[in-house]
Write a protein that binds this ligand. Structure first.
Ligand code: PSU
Ligand code: MN
Length: 309
């Protein structure tokens, strides 16, 4: 069966594409590997609602029985959130999850690959993967996808568990502009600041759309990364997070964690060490990013209409 026969669009997504209405893609590794049950399903529902409230159609992306779902029904979200041993699907895992007729959550990179196939241009996630601190050869496939798939990705910066300077250097090498939403300081996921600079500070969705269009018109194939700081009320200062991050990284080393296990281990351990505070920040920034992505998707749709009219 050809690859495209394995793609199932939800009715909502089909309708939004045919009119067309603004669409926001949402990833699902955060459900299968990033958050514990039952917060994961709650979050999936809340993110979809946040996108709708801002006037766009959500498309949660993930694999069920080897089919790539673009947009899920509530029952499908529930199933994926409760899956016992789901794959963590980056582009490398596509063939495996399909041929094994398996279920899996798509990472940032995996979700972007799906978007490329169906033509979705805006995507909201929590934090992108990047270059890991302890092993510099552990570089998330997210960076490859950002380098090669032209779309707007909204995140809260890179996860603070990473080597942030190295991650930004990699993005620079790959010509991925990093837009600070209302900030010059690259946000660090749980924290609003990292002390590192973004490429450009922009203050509204329309300016982000104009910037992205110019980026692609200039002949680039890379993504535009929007870094949206976690809301102030749920932010944790980086000085407070740093000891926990160090400890979690050290434990990951000692336990010999490697490959795909590293990120989920670190997130879970940091949540334990912060007694749930880091997860609250995580949930808050995810919703915040869903809202901004929906506003950007709407501005992008308006720009499309102007061009034709
Ligand atoms: N952001 C979160 N929680 C997560 C992730 C991001 O708040 O679980 C996931 C994303 O799906 C991202 C992945 O693509 O972690 C990166 O994993 P790795 O470092 O193994 O590439
Ligand atoms: Mn990795």
């Amino acid at each position: 069966m050809p690859f495209t026969d394995n793609i199932i669009k939800s009715n909502d997504v089909k309708r939004a594409m045919s009119i067309p209405l603004p669409i926001v893609a949402l990833e699902s590794t955060v459900l299968t590997h990033g958050l514990p049950r039952p917060q994961n399903l709650q979050l999936a529902r809340d993110m979809e609602r946040a996108v709708r409230e801002e006037g766009a159609t959500p498309a949660t992306i993930g694999f069920l029985d080897g089919y790539l779902h673009v947009g899920m029904t509530d029952a499908e979200l529930e199933r994926l959130s409760n899956e016992k041993e789901p794959y963590k699907v980056s582009p490398r895992e596509y063939a495996a999850v399909i041929t094994n007729e398996a279920c899996g959550g798509t990472t940032v990179a995996g979700t972007m690959l799906a978007c490329k196939h169906v033509g979705i241009k805006v995507f909201a996630t929590g934090g992108i993967g990047g270059v890991h601190r302890e092993s510099h050869f552990d570089i998330s496939a997210d960076l490859q996808a950002l380098a090669s798939i032209p779309m707007i990705v909204v995140c809260a910066g890179a996860k603070a568990i990473l080597d942030l300077p190295a991650t930004l250097e990699y993005l620079e090498t790959m010509s991925v502009p990093v837009i600070g939403y209302g900030t010059d300081d690259f946000p660090a996921f749980f924290s609003r600041e990292s002390g590192l600079s973004v490429t450009e500070k922009l203050d509204n969705p329309q300016d982000i759309v104009d910037f992205a269009k110019m980026h692609w018109e200039a002949g680039l194939q890379s993504a535009v990364l929007v870094a949206n700081p976690v809301p102030e009320t749920d932010a944790i200062p980086s000085s407070e997070m740093e000891p926990f991050i160090r400890q979690a990284n050290k434990e990951a080393q000692e336990k010999g964690k490697h490959g795909q296990e590293v990120t989920p281990f670190l997130l879970q351990r940091i949540n334990e060490l912060t007694k749930g505070k880091s997860m609250r920040a995580n949930l808050s920034l995810l919703l915040n990013n869903a809202r901004l992505a929906a506003q950007i998707a709407r501005a992008l749709r308006q720009a499309g209409k102007r061009k034709r009219g």
